[in-house]
Design a protein around this ligand. Sequence first.
Ligand SMILES: [Zn+2]
Ligand SMILES: [Zn+2]
Length: 333
Amino acid sequence: MNDLDFGTRDKRGNWAPRDALETAPVFVFPPRPLAFLKWLPSYFFPWNVLWMLSALAWWYLVIPPREVLAVLQWGWVLKLFAVNCLAVFLFYGAFELQLYIRRAQGNRFKYNPKFPADHKSPAFLFKRQNVDSLIRGFGTGVPIWTAFEVLVLHAQAAGHVPWVGFSDNPWYLAGLALLLPVIHEAHFFVIHRLIHIPVLYRWVHSVHHNSVNPSPWSSLSMHPVEHLLYFATAAYHLVIPSNPVLVMYQLHMAGFGAVVGHVGFDKVEVTDETAIDSHAYAHYLHHKYFEVNYGDGLIPFDRWFGTWHDGTRKGEEEMQARYERRKARANAR
Ligand SMILES: [Zn+2]
Ligand SMILES: [Zn+2]
């Protein structure tokens, strides 16, 4: 595919989509029913459907029966951990292998023309972005992800919190499933904005931002405190009556979903003619400019708080103007 049919490349080789980024036409007033209907399929396809299918696969193939979950034992806990490690390795690794090792589509649709593996940086453990990310992802990321999985599934199975059955309350659970991406977005925006407070940024979140040019492994390259906050999204299911499949859906949206925002390419080519949209540009701009796009735009928090960057020249100018205003305020103090 020719990426210049869909966007532009500047002198330095940075590619940008031609159209301005849009926030989802959901939480808008007045309502925009036609835009909403046009947008709706992208709420499901391909990513959320994929996380739901993977949640079901875990439920049928990996998660032990309720009576086993009800008793905390190393056997099933370690099995869940091993499966999560393997799944992350294979899923993230598939993007890494195709796009960053084989470089199957070269620079096409790649926002930043550079490949992190070509450049060493003292910011990273062993000076390598990938090595740093792998150590953090598998060292604390997947363990904390699994810990939340174990905690919530065990609490449901042991009856500490409600386990709602699909046959008892199908409509309630279907409604809840529809809402979970919204909960994910709200949770992510709040914790992400929190760890951008300067003292927390230096201590916690700067680790994630070392990847200015993110690649798939960057997704879980976080400080353990950020892993704790990020995967705490599963803990809502201790408060909201829910079902283990929805717990898995929530966790897979966070755990596997993270790779979608860090893939570094706007489209992942499947054949010569077809490609999957990554929707990664908003979060790519966050990694590039730090103080824009704290959320991904499902809920237009960044528009409400004036931190939205839509990728256009106008978005750039607005960001610069905000920066100048802040600098003037700081100087006045
Ligand atoms: Zn990120
Ligand atoms: Zn950030």
